[in-house]
Design a protein around this ligand. Structure first.
Ligand SMILES: [Zn+2]
Ligand SMILES: [Zn+2]
Length: 298
């Protein structure tokens, strides 16, 4: 038996004993070294996630060290390797998968949502969904790999170029990572959020331009920062878009990519309505996978 973080029902979270992680062909067992706590873990605890079935071991932002794996495998993953996990398990054969939209998989299972999560001492995971990482990265850094790639995917979808302004709606973890990545790419991020403390934190990460659309004239501020040209790029990274009226502000601010309007994007992608609930629940998977159509809304 091994220890795991388990939610028995909304509001009841425990360190529980669960059966040991078992190796099987095509899988590796990792010793979990670091984990991120995602908004979806918090939603599972709060009972606000429609896709969760209880009881459930949560967790999907995972870094660890391989302790059990077959000697020869086509992924070249060996015992002792440091890895991060791709938590979106797709079937690879259904219609959306055949179109490269694996996040829309009919049988999609996200760790810690539809299937057992990784908040346990050991965890067995498919080699196909495991990425080797350099020794130079700390475990703490590796725990945020999954949210980071979501932010990067949003920026890549928008094809952010050096010197372009990008308005980022929502200074949560992914918004912050998008802001820092935008700086690394030579872009000029403008961070919008309705919580001033988050904007202060963004400044400590080097994000110079911040605006609270509830208390400030955001479109005016953006025009001022951009010398009247307004923003060139805007990924939608949170629901604050609509709650804060920031969505309207951003459209006024220039070309807009509605990365957070999952329902519209999925409808536009030609998939049936029944996918909407699932995709909205696992919204960040949308940005993570090729299904992201953010660029279509620029
Ligand atoms: Zn996450
Ligand atoms: Zn599939």
């Amino acid at each position: 038996m091994m220890k795991a973080i388990k939610i028995n029902k909304p509001g009841e979270i425990y360190v529980s004993e669960i059966p040991d992680a078992k190796w099987k062909k095509g899988y590796a067992v990792i010793e979990v070294k670091a984990l991120g706590v995602c908004g979806s873990d918090v939603h599972a605890y709060a009972g606000k996630s429609p896709n969760v079935s209880y009881p459930l071991v949560i967790g999907h932002e995972t870094a660890g060290i391989v302790v059990e794996v077959e000697d020869e495998n086509r992924y070249g993953i060996k015992k002792g390797d440091r890895v991060v996990l791709d938590p979106y398990l797709y079937c690879g054969t259904c219609y959306p998968c055949s179109q490269g939209r694996t996040n829309c998989c009919e049988k999609l299972e996200v760790l810690g949502v539809q299937t057992q999560g990784s908040m346990s001492r050991y965890f067995a995971h498919p080699l196909s969904h495991m990425v080797k990482v350099p020794d130079s990265m700390t475990w703490e850094e590796l725990a945020v790999t999954e949210p980071l790639v979501i932010a990067l995917h949003a920026l890549h979808s928008l094809k952010l170029k050096k010197g372009e302004h990008i308005v980022i709606i929502g200074a949560g973890a992914i918004g912050m990572l998008a802001g820092m990545a935008a700086l690394a790419y030579g872009g000029i991020p403008i961070m919008a959020d309705i919580v001033d403390q988050r904007l202060e934190l963004a400044k400590t990460f080097g994000i110079k331009y911040t605006v609270n659309p509830q208390t400030e004239d955001a479109p005016g501020y953006i025009r001022e920062v951009t010398g009247g040209r307004r923003s060139q790029k805007r990924p939608g990274l949170c629901r604050a878009d609509r709650q804060s009226g920031a969505h309207r502000m951003a459209q006024q601010a220039g070309r807009a990519s509605d990365g957070s309007d999952y329902q519209k994007r999925i409808a536009d992608s030609g998939f049936p309505d029944r996918y909407n609930g699932r995709i909205c629940g696992g919204g960040r998977a949308n940005l993570h996978r090729p299904c992201s159509r953010g660029k279509d809304y620029i």
